[in-house]
Ligand binder design. Structure first.
Ligand SMILES: [Zn+2]
Ligand SMILES: [Zn+2]
Ligand SMILES: [Zn+2]
Length: 284
């Protein structure tokens, strides 16, 4: 699988639009890898995780077309992860041609919320109605936690995230051709049920991507902090959940407590993980 990081920031991007904190100012001064858009990844050229507000910008900046995307795994409906206006642009009414059907996978709660927002604010019809399927060239799929499902060459398991109670937030394990990725944002410390499920499904990861909203001197809350990322990677290694050549990357990085990219990389390297940046391409 080829994994392209379309964005690696937390909710408000990094630097934040209106913030003059030390970390934002440092990122503005350094530019390059220190400039982060909202978190999403593209896998090969046909699977995207999260239709966030920045995916078009990312596609243009990083030279990765989204026109072949036919699957989306949606983590949850928070605004930094889901911008429903992307779906309108799929309509033939707007002149869009040649796009494959988009299979949109999300929990019942995420679909329900997305549907209400879409109908109220954008289209006047429900995302779950036959109209949506016809007019947006879209197929929605309701997924259940811990119930494996398959599409194309991908085998996916959704894990309930410790984040946004009631919104059905999901974390994903994605396997293809014997290689497995864990996409773990947004989340606080993983539920014990999730650790048990990793073992139950006998998963070994080649690549782990984890929420790193808070920095080295901060506690976690509804998201992971740097020290919790270190603990999670350590536990995964100890419990045999990582292949010997596996890599662990931080994403969803907020200005709160996280320095600009070079300094964060220094901290991460000392502590056994890596820091993703926008446009980073990995092959596993
Ligand atoms: Zn988020
Ligand atoms: Zn700031
Ligand atoms: Zn969130």
């Amino acid at each position: 699988m080829i994994i392209t990081f379309l964005g690696t920031s937390a909710a408000n991007a990094f630097p934040e639009a209106f913030c003059k904190c030390k970390n934002c100012e440092q990122a503005r001064m350094l530019g390059g890898f220190s400039l982060r858009k909202r978190s999403a990844v593209l896998i090969n050229d046909d699977l995207i995780i999260d239709l966030n507000p920045d995916i078009m910008t990312a596609s243009q900046i990083h030279g990765c077309s989204l026109t072949n995307v036919r699957y989306c795994l949606q983590t949850h409906p928070h605004a930094d992860h889901l911008d429903l206006s992307h779906l309108l642009s799929r309509s033939a009414d707007y002149g869009t041609i040649g796009t494959p059907t988009l299979n949109f996978y999300a929990s019942a709660e995420t679909l329900q919320r997305a549907s209400v927002t879409f109908e109220r604010d954008l289209a006047g019809y429900s995302l779950l109605s036959p109209n949506a399927e016809t007019w947006l060239n879209l197929k929605t799929h309701q997924i259940e936690p811990l119930q494996p499902f398959t599409f194309g060459n991908y085998h996916v398991i959704a894990f309930p995230s410790n984040h946004a109670p009631g919104m059905g937030a999901m974390l994903y394990s994605i396997e293809s051709n014997g290689h497995t990725i864990f996409y773990g944002t947004d989340t606080a410390a993983l539920f014990e049920q999730t650790w048990q499920a990793f073992h139950l499904f006998q998963i070994q990861f080649d690549l782990v991507i984890l929420d790193h909203t808070y920095g080295p001197s901060q506690p976690g809350s509804d998201h992971l902090s740097a020290h919790q990322v270190i603990e999670h990677v350590h536990r995964m290694r100890q419990e045999g959940l990582l292949k010997s050549n596996s890599r662990a990357f931080a994403t969803h990085i907020a200005h709160e407590g996280n320095p600009a990219h070079p300094e964060l990389v220094e901290f991460a390297t000392k502590n056994g993980y890596e820091v993703a940046y926008d446009g980073l391409v990995l092959e596993i």
